[in-house]
Design a protein around this ligand. Structure first.
Ligand SMILES: C[S@@+](CC[C@H](N)C(=O)[O-])C[C@H]1O[C@@H](n2cnc3c(N)ncnc32)[C@H](O)[C@@H]1O
Length: 270
């Protein structure tokens, strides 16, 4: 392939995006994905709830960015658009909000393009987070994002697919460097901190999808925000990030196995 990405859909292997879609109750998955999802669910009954908690974190974070005036979003590792996707949340607050979705999975990209074909304010890019320059160039080329203005960069549940060997911290630094002051970065990321053995077992199963998950510490995940200002309450277990109501915070927020945080790029002094 000229673009270095497979355009074909490999049905002999489960795909992370389709397994995720299955857990969220979507219809864009195949038998091979459902089998793996069921196997993961048996080992980790908590996982479907974890994925929903991730989605809810993302929605709360997007609403926070909208309240801060952000009207354009770069959503990398966006997955298959299921109900309550980023552009829907954004449009509810700002009908002119623009969203560019990026995913490595050809199934996620194909479904996104189909669903958003008539939507002039969204774009879909088939690209790999490990090639951030290309994502930035293609985002600009859509004509939808103006990176000279504040943008919301969303990396929800995706950086853990980048192994240490591919230098995730450098990828994040490249994305931050391309953003204008006033921009925001949203990250949620699986962790080994405070986790029971079953969560660590699920990580081993993820090795059967195209990309294995790397669990990381809160300190490493916090590092992805660089010198940007981390908003309160910091990098926390996802349900603790500005829950809509105290009861949403969950009695055991660590059970979702992922930290979430949001940071703002404040204009450097001087
Ligand atoms: C767990 S889903 C998260 C979906 C969405 N961001 C959310 O929070 O609801 C992770 C997505 O990241 C995508 N992904 C994994 N590795 C990627 C990479 N290197 N570049 C771009 N997308 C990637 C997968 O295909 C999948 O759709």
């Amino acid at each position: 392939m000229a673009d270095g990405l497979s355009s074909g859909i490999d049905l002999s292997r489960p795909s992370a995006a389709r397994v995720y879609d299955y857990f969220l109750g979507g219809a864009h998955n195949f038998e091979i994905d459902r089998q793996l999802a069921e196997q993961i669910a048996r080992t980790t009954p908590n996982l479907a709830a974890t994925m929903r908690a991730g989605r809810q974190f993302l929605r709360r974070a997007v609403r926070t960015l909208l309240d801060a005036g952000i009207d354009q979003f770069l959503d990398i590792g966006s997955g298959i658009p299921t109900v309550g996707n980023v552009h829907e949340v954004a449009r509810a607050a700002n009908p002119k909000a623009r969203v560019v979705y990026v995913d490595i999975d050809p199934v996620a990209v194909a479904h996104s393009r189909e669903l958003l074909a008539d939507d002039d304010l969204t774009g879909v890019i088939h690209a790999d987070l490990r090639d951030p320059e290309r994502i930035l160039a293609e985002s600009r080329a859509t004509g939808l994002l103006d990176l000279g203005r504040p943008v919301g960069i969303l990396l929800a549940g995706v950086v853990h697919f980048v192994p240490d060997a591919d230098r995730p911290a450098e990828i994040l630094a490249t994305l931050r460097a391309a953003a204008a002051p006033g921009s925001f970065l949203v990250v949620s990321h699986s962790t080994f901190e405070d986790q029971p053995q079953e969560m660590l077992d699920a990580q081993r199963l993820s090795a059967r999808t195209d990309t294995e998950i790397t669990l990381r510490s809160r300190a490493e995940i916090t590092g992805y925000f660089g010198d940007w200002t981390i908003l309160e309450p910091g990098v926390v277990h996802m349900p603790l990030w500005r829950p809509d109501s105290p009861s949403d915070a969950d009695d055991h927020p660590e059970r979702f196995g992922a930290f979430g945080g949001v940071a703002r790029y404040d204009q450097p002094a001087g």
